[in-house]
Design a protein around this ligand. Structure first.
Ligand SMILES: *Cc1c(COP(=O)(O)O)cnc(C)c1O
Length: 393
């Protein structure tokens, strides 16, 4: 196409306009780059900052034993997997991790994906289709939302953590199969789904239940088994998804469940079938991380108590923050501009905790989402709270 001035029209001209619109609405985001491992402090532009936004809750991403396991796995199995699992990408290490995760979660079997996002994006469409119905908490993670979209199933969104609303929707559903899906620890609010009531509702209505334990695995429950285990519930016919990339400090996703279900998912989950297997170093790291997490339960305890300490300190500053169920402390501020201003003031004071804005959270609930780690000392938390005190003034 040639325009009036004789120049070819730029087919990407709309991009600059959209970026400009994002900027005007205070919604543009861009990555920052720090110079090291995700520890309790990070160096950005030569400044050491208290790191208050990593999901490396237990500090395992930089644990020497985990790093050595990753290196050993790379030497023995290679840097990359070379193929999908159904072709030749799997190793005995992959299978060992699957068995280990199934044992941790108390399910018959487990399968790995290259990320938690892939696990949700592949599993949900394999469980429900256009003749079925998915019931999803309004605050579920974006990867759950995208899994629902890919399923092309009708989606009924229930009010946050509202088992009564879920029950109403289940009672009214005439679909062939019903799939209820919820985060256990919610990623942006840090609270817990009412798991016992949800399990009951699913049992009463014969609905499938899928749990996203991304922020609970390694952090809650005996041996880091998750929120479901912490609640004393047994995942007999439940589908339990999680990630290796948060508390376990590695990378990859997984789905645990009954043996036949996992066997079917290995054939139907497109993000498993058509995706190269996760690389051995991540798998070796995750196996070592599970060992450390089991042997040193004080890590999870410390990370959780740091979250409670931070929430209590914010409360004392007059902020309204919920009691954290795990290691996530949300400070809801409202409009994006306000969250950006607070994040900038925190950064000035030496604290890294960016503004979380739509589409990561609903409109009007932009926030600072603080996360704590086992290695955060009282001094780190005091520095952080002093920074919040100045930033919120
Ligand atoms: C981070 C996250 C995921 C995705 O896991 P990745 O391994 O990072 O892809 C899925 N669900 C929830 C609730 C998450 O917070």
């Amino acid at each position: 196409m040639v325009n009036r001035s004789g120049l070819r029209a730029d087919p990407l001209a709309w991009v600059a306009a959209e970026l400009e619109e994002l900027r005007a609405r205070d919604l543009e985001r861009a990555p920052i780059h720090h110079a090291g491992a995700p520890g309790p402090e990070v160096v950005v532009d030569g400044r050491s900052l208290v790191h208050l936004c990593s999901n490396n809750y237990l500090g395992l991403a930089s644990d020497p034993r985990v790093i050595e396991a990753a290196a050993e796995a790379a030497r023995r199995f290679g840097a990359g997997a070379g193929a999908s699992r159904l072709v030749s990408g799997g190793t005995t290490l992959h299978r060992a991790l699957e068995e280990r995760l199934a044992a941790l979660k108390g399910t018959e079997d487990c399968m790995l994906f290259s990320s938690g996002y892939m696990a949700n994006a592949g599993t949900i469409p394999a469980l429900a289709g256009p003749e079925d119905e998915i019931l999803s908490d309004v605050l579920n993670h974006a990867s759950v939302v995208d899994g629902c979209r890919l399923a092309r199933a009708p989606v009924r969104v229930y009010r946050h953590a509202d088992a009564t609303h879920l029950e109403d929707l289940l009672a009214r559903s005439g679909a062939r199969r019903r799939l209820v899906v919820t985060d256990t620890v919610f990623s942006m609010d840090g609270d817990l789904a009412p798991l016992a009531a949800i399990v009951e509702a699913c049992e009463r209505h014969g609905a499938m239940l899928m749990l996203d334990e991304a922020h609970a695995t390694g952090v809650l429950g005996p041996g880091g088994a998750g929120a479901f285990a912490e609640a004393g519930l047994a995942p007999v016919r439940t589908i339990v998804m999680g990630t290796l990339s948060k508390a376990l400090g590695a990378a990859g996703g997984f789905v645990c469940g009954p043996r036949d279900l996992v066997a079917l998912l290995r054939n139907r989950a497109r993000t498993y079938v058509f995706d190269t297997a996760p690389p051995a170093p991540a798998i070796g790291a995750a196996l070592a991380a599970l060992d450390v997490a089991a042997r040193e339960p004080e890590r999870a305890a410390r990370a959780r108590s740091a979250a409670r300490r931070l929430a209590a300190g914010l409360h004392a500053l007059g902020a309204s923050v919920p009691d954290p169920a795990a290691c996530i402390v949300p400070l809801v501020l409202g409009e994006p501009r306000r969250a950006l201003d607070v994040a900038a003031a925190l950064l000035d004071a030496g604290v890294l905790a960016p503004a979380i804005r739509p589409p990561s959270v609903p409109e009007g609930t932009s926030r600072i989402r603080a996360t704590t780690m086992a290695m955060h000392t009282e001094e780190h938390l005091e520095r952080a709270l002093n920074a919040f005190e100045g930033a919120l003034r």
